[in-house]
Design a protein around this ligand. Structure first.
Ligand code: GAP
Length: 431
């Protein structure tokens, strides 16, 4: 884990948030390479669940919603963690994360557990009174439920269908930690898939399998992934069934995504609290009902962390250590890097021309600093799947070498076929 965190800082994937002010607990910023990686994760998700399906549409709802939304959803009353205070050092802990009756930091006496609501409160408008209290959303899901009717009325989607959304969520976690794994501000990728009551169980199966496969298709080792069904004591108040996709992080098996059968709980609650009819008329069956919902709910930051951890590899090549991020080509920040072998004979100019041509199609890097070996290592370390080198022969016959990050093999390709070759290799990869 420490190696991944160091690499992230050193190579501009993830920086400590507000670092020049000493940082802010568990607030992290994505650097130039991290933002590309996370965008690619989100794009791969959107492509898999929206673009490639004809039964899911997208949405982008507001972060600050009507406060009644969170009463209806149960968050105002029940989105709490048990909190204990240390009477000596005043630190606070989640009661269920503390093993015994003593403070894990100083051994002091702990208070009785009390419930702490995780929602961030704010005020809308210029007056800070109870009438203007609002919350930063703790999940994107509710933005989907409150737009169910809008989507049904405007999109001609027929049940079974889903609504997908990617966006920031906020939780005032008592004990954030493990780098990107648990932060107070994070991004979710959620689908609410509306189905006929009675058809929920096969759809639950469908989404469990689909979502598990997504991680495998994008390169995560199957043996470090598992689907763990929740026991009855673990189920959220709204859920009939839930299964977590878990990854074996260096700190243990932990949740990447939950797939839940939320029944008709949310639509019924919003109908009750808003006074609006959120039932659905099924034309095929000529009947009206409140749909059941299957919810695959993933974290963009958590999955980015899993992709980074899983891709990290060290090996010895010709007596030297090589660090390589074996990222799936679709996730890699740069798809290729272009290098002139020498900084003379017109090679830099020729390499720049290739770089400029490729950059119109893919994110590509250019590097002419240091030995070619060091330049390859720099790209290996950030997961660039292909290296293109302009050398003496390029100047004679117009071919450049194409190096594969994982196999480290090189072949020669005519310059004008490089874009086509890269496209074929990138689209040929599964996922
Ligand atoms: N709508 C259901 C829901 O929000 P959740 O299990 O609380 O369910 C879903 O959250 C996903 O959101 C988690 O599996 C995780 O990937 C991500 N997530 C939740 N809290 C997080 C946090 N504090 N930091 C980073 N990701 C988080």
């Amino acid at each position: 884990m420490e190696k991944v965190v160091n690499l992230c800082k050193r190579r501009g994937f993830v920086f400590p948030g507000s670092e020049i002010y000493g940082g802010l607990g568990s607030s992290l910023d994505y650097g130039p390479l991290g933002v590309e990686l996370k965008r690619n994760v989100k794009e791969a998700w959107w492509k898999a669940v929206v673009t490639r399906r004809d039964d899911v549409v997208g949405l982008d709802a507001a972060i600050v919603m009507h406060p009644r939304v969170w009463e209806a959803s149960g968050h105002v009353e029940g989105f709490t963690d048990p909190l204990v205070d240390c009477k000596s050092c005043k630190q606070r802990f989640r009661a269920d994360h503390v093993a015994g009756p003593k403070c894990p930091a100083c051994g002091g006496e702990l208070t009785e557990a009390r419930l702490f609501n995780l929602m961030f409160k704010t005020y809308v408008g210029p007056v800070e009174d109870t009438a203007s209290v609002a919350y930063l959303r703790p999940e994107t899901a509710q933005g989907i439920f409150v737009n169910f009717r809008n989507v049904v009325e405007t999109s001609r989607m027929k049940i079974p269908f889903g609504i997908a959304q990617i966006g920031k969520s906020f939780r005032n976690e008592i004990t954030p930690g493990n780098f990107l794994f648990r932060t107070r501000e994070f991004e979710q990728m959620e689908i609410e898939f509306f189905v006929r009551p009675g058809e929920d169980e096969p759809w639950f199966e469908h989404w469990r399998e689909e979502r598990f496969r997504w991680y495998v298709d994008l390169g995560i080792a199957r043996e470090r992934l598992r689907l763990r069904p929740h026991g009855p004591d673990e189920l959220a108040h709204y859920a009939k069934a839930c299964a977590d996709v878990e990854y074996q992080f260096p700190f243990g098996w932990s949740e990447l995504e939950g797939v839940a059968n939320r029944t008709d709980f949310d639509l019924k609650r919003h109908a009750e609290f808003s006074g609006k009819d959120l039932s659905y008329f099924d034309e095929e069956r000529r009947e009206r009902y409140v749909p059941y919902v299957i919810e695959p709910s993933a974290g963009a930051d958590r999955s980015t962390l899993a992709f980074l951890v899983d891709a990290y590899d060290e090996e010895e090549v010709e007596g030297e250590a090589r660090v390589v991020l074996r990222l799936h080509p679709r996730l890699a920040p740069y798809k290729a890097a272009v290098f002139p072998l020498l900084r003379k004979e017109g090679q830099p100019e020729r390499a720049r021309k290739i770089y400029d041509a490729l950059r119109r199609h893919f994110p590509v890097d250019y590097d002419q600093a240091g030995s070619i070996g060091r330049r390859y290592r720099r790209q290996d370390e950030v997961g660039t799947p292909f290296g293109i080198t302009v050398d003496h022969q390029t100047m004679q016959d117009g071919t450049a070498t194409l190096r594969d990050r994982d196999a480290m093999t090189q072949i020669r390709i005519p310059e004008d076929r490089l874009a086509e070759e890269l496209r074929a290799r990138l689209s040929g990869a599964p996922g």
